[in-house]
Structures are given as C-alpha cells and as structure tokens.
Design a protein around this ligand. Structure first.
Ligand code: WQD
Length: 337
C-alpha cells in the first residue's frame, strides 16, 4: 500500500517509515521540519535501499495539503505531526491547539476530499491524566492534565465522532507510553532540540558529556525506590505496532484504540542503572524536587493490542539503553554531526 506519514522525519516517524518500507509498503513523508531533520530520511533510505519522497508541508496549509493529496494516491495515513512538549504546551497553549487540533482537522478534510479514509493516529498515555491508577486500560475515561494531552484527547474525540458519522472511515488511536531506544544500526534516533524534557535522551546526553548530571525529579514517590515509574517501550517495537494497526485497518472499519506499551513499569533509578550498564560506567545524578504534573506510576495494560493485533513488545530495558546509547555515542550532536 502507499502510506502518507505526517511527521515522518521525526524520531518515531522515521522508525515507522523504516518499518513500513521493510514490510513492503510504499511511503511518502510530509514534515515541516520544525523539530526534525531531513537527514533522518536520507539515513532511512541508506538503511533500506529505498527512496522516500519527501514534501515539506505544514498541517496549517490547506492548499499545500490539497496539492500533496492530488500528487499521490494514498491508501492510508499515519499521523505523527504535531507539537509534543508537555511543559511548553502550558506556556503557548494556543499554538498547540492551532498546530495539533486545527492542523489535524485540515488533514482530515484533505483526506476526505480525496477519498482517503484510513488513519493511524499518534496519541499518548498522557490522555489518562492522573485520574486513574496504573495499569491504564483503553476504556478508562480520558482526563489529560496539560494542554498537550488535551490536544491528543480532543483529536481522539474528533476521530471518534468522524468514525461514528461515516462508516467508510477506518481509524486507529494508538496511545504511546514512553518511547525510547533507537534502531540497532545507530544511524537514526531521538534528536531533541534544546534541553531534553524526557528522561532517556537526557541521560544519554549526560553519558556523552553534553550535560553535567541527571536531576531526578522526586525520590519520595510511593514506589519501589521512591522515584517515578513509567512504561518504557523500544521505538522499534512501537513502529511495529503501527504496521500491525495499519494491517488491522485494511480489514476492519470503525474506530479502535490501543495502548502501545510493555505493560510493565521501570523506575528512574532502574533506567539510570540500566543505562550505566550500557555505557560501562556510573553516571552522575542528584535528587531534585518533584516535577509539577508528574504522577507516581504510569504503565499500560497492553492486553488489547496483543489480542486484536497480535502485537506485543519484544525488547528489554537493557536493549533499549544499549540501542539508545549506540545512537548517542555515534551521533553526539544528533543529526547535526
Ligand atoms: C519519565 C520519568 C520524570 C526527566 C512524557 C509526556 C508523554 C510522552 C512521554 C509525548 C518521570 C523523570 C525525567 C529528567 C527525571 N510524550 N525524569 N529527570 O513525563 O512520563 O511522559 O513523555 O507523548 O506525553 O508526558 O516522560 O521522560 O519526561 O519522564 O527524573 O530530567 O523520568 O519525573 O518520572 P513522562 P519523561
């Protein structure tokens, strides 16, 4: 099939493009490159021997989207493009609602106008908010506690209403937990701009000497060692989950939502120790106050994706750290190298 991947030059997007090509699909990428480098696509082409047509298009440009859908015959869309920093979303909420929600509406209108009615949407476990206790289950009520999470929640609602209004649509809502790691080649990986918000890229930058030490946000949570617990999922496993969801949509209409997680939690200290094992030396850290908005524990009930898609994670936390470290060690400054 021919798949449009929005945000396909990004971290999860580029790994999913690679998985789609390896599964025999043809792929076209659109990205505005606001938080990604076209170099990632050049490396995907290097790894697969397949070229990937790239269009620099912004979701807030309806004319650009119309030209894109007129120039290709897409069977489905995998939609990653959007702003994704929780803290930043509280500082510039209007930009997040404009780019994520209005941008997605533009995309869906272009799809409908061109008869493309199959979409896999990149949602997030952040939609569960802090109203529930882990493990999180898909039927739980959403209740994000930040503007970024609310954009994901609103887009899920839009897609749910769209699917209910028109049976021609096939829709998968994928709720990611904590994506980490990198392709085993070390050629593509996470390349956050500025100071990393997320744990593993920050640890990786400490290990490669770009950051002095890890600040651990809180060691007084009611957890095994007092530090926050999250469900880390290898980005290659996550990409495979997208291919599985895409295959499911070829045979099923309607709206479907799945958690994509390992179904188990790891604490900050457990991640730091695993990363230290991958690097071969202890990494410096200091305990700091809790980060506002953080919850103690977040991990998935991943049974629905296994039952419906036959998908589950395969990689261990040590493999996630080894692969993340290989990427960071080989590319100390990300794609800028
Ligand atoms: C993980 C743990 C922190 C950094 C966020 C978004 C979510 C998704 C993934 C987009 C927590 C601790 C972190 C640091 C630390 N993104 N930590 N020091 O907050 O679970 O999820 O990213 O979809 O939507 O909410 O991930 O990596 O920021 O934090 O101690 O320098 O590491 O307190 O316990 P989080 P994270």
């Amino acid at each position: 099939m021919t798949i449009l991947v929005t945000g396909g030059a990004g971290y999860i997007g580029s790994h999913t493009v690679l998985a789609l090509l390896e599964a025999g699909h043809d792929v076209v990428v659109m990205d505005n490159l606001s938080n990604a480098s076209e170099e990632s696509l050049r490396r995907v082409a290097e790894l697969t021997g397949r070229t990937v047509p790239f269009h620099r298009v912004d979701l807030t440009d309806p004319e650009g989207l119309d030209r894109l859908f007129s120039s290709h015959s897409f069977d489905s869309v995998i939609h990653f493009a959007g702003l994704k920093a929780v803290g930043e979303s509280a500082e510039i909420p209007l930009e997040y609602y404009y780019r994520n929600v209005a941008g997605t509406i533009n995309l869906l209108r272009a799809m409908d106008a061109h008869g493309v009615r199959s979409i896999v949407f990149s949602s997030s476990a952040t939609v569960y908010g802090d109203n529930h206790h882990a493990p999180f289950v898909e039927k739980m009520e959403m209740g994000a506690n930040n503007p970024y999470g609310r954009t994901k929640e609103q887009i899920e609602d839009i897609l749910t209403d769209l699917g209910a209004s028109d049976e021609r649509w096939s829709i998968a809502l994928l709720r990611y937990f904590n994506p980490v790691g990198a392709h085993e080649s070390g050629r593509i990986g996470e390349d956050p701009s500025g100071i990393p918000n997320n744990l593993m890229p920050f640890i990786a930058q400490v290990a490669v000497g770009r950051r002095e030490k890890l600040m651990i946000f809180g060691n007084d949570y009611p957890t095994v060692d007092g530090t926050g617990i999250r469900d880390y999922i290898h980005v290659v496993d996550l990409a495979a989950g997208h291919v599985a969801a895409l295959n499911y949509l070829t045979a099923h209409g309607g709206v479907h939502r799945w958690n994509l997680g390992a179904g188990t939690g790891s604490s900050v200290l457990q991640v730091l120790n695993a990363f230290s094992r991958a690097v071969g030396r202890e990494l410096p850290y200091e305990f700091a106050p809790r980060r506002p908005g953080d919850i103690a524990e977040s991990y998935a009930d991943a049974s629905a994706a296994l039952a419906d898609l036959g998908w589950s994670t395969t990689k261990t936390l040590d493999q996630m750290c080894e692969d993340h470290w290989r990427w960071q060690k080989n590319n100390p400054n990300g794609y800028a190298d």
